[in-house]
Write a protein that binds this ligand. Sequence first.
Ligand code: SF4
Length: 103
Amino acid sequence: MALSRRHFMILAASVASTSVWSAEARANAPVLSENDPTAKALGYTTDANTVDKAKFPRYETGQTCANCQLYQGKPGSANGPCPTYGGKLVAAKGWCNAYVKKT
Ligand code: SF4
């Protein structure tokens, strides 16, 4: 099926506006606090090296938000949105018990 020029332009405009919206949403997202009740329950920390391994035995050395499937930050960024916390910014070097290894 051929895509008409008009449909192509509409599609391109929606993709562009979605990207802009996402960038704006990302810039305005609040930073997740370790004291947030959900963060506390899931053992979120801004530094994966400080995870209490006795309390959170799922944690394995090397796991960080940056290599979690749910992390939506750009590669190399210090933080990025996480859907587990409604899109709040989590530290790339952080970790929580909802960690899912990126495949
Ligand atoms: Fe980090 Fe993943 Fe937990 Fe989100 S779900 S805080 S990205 S470890």
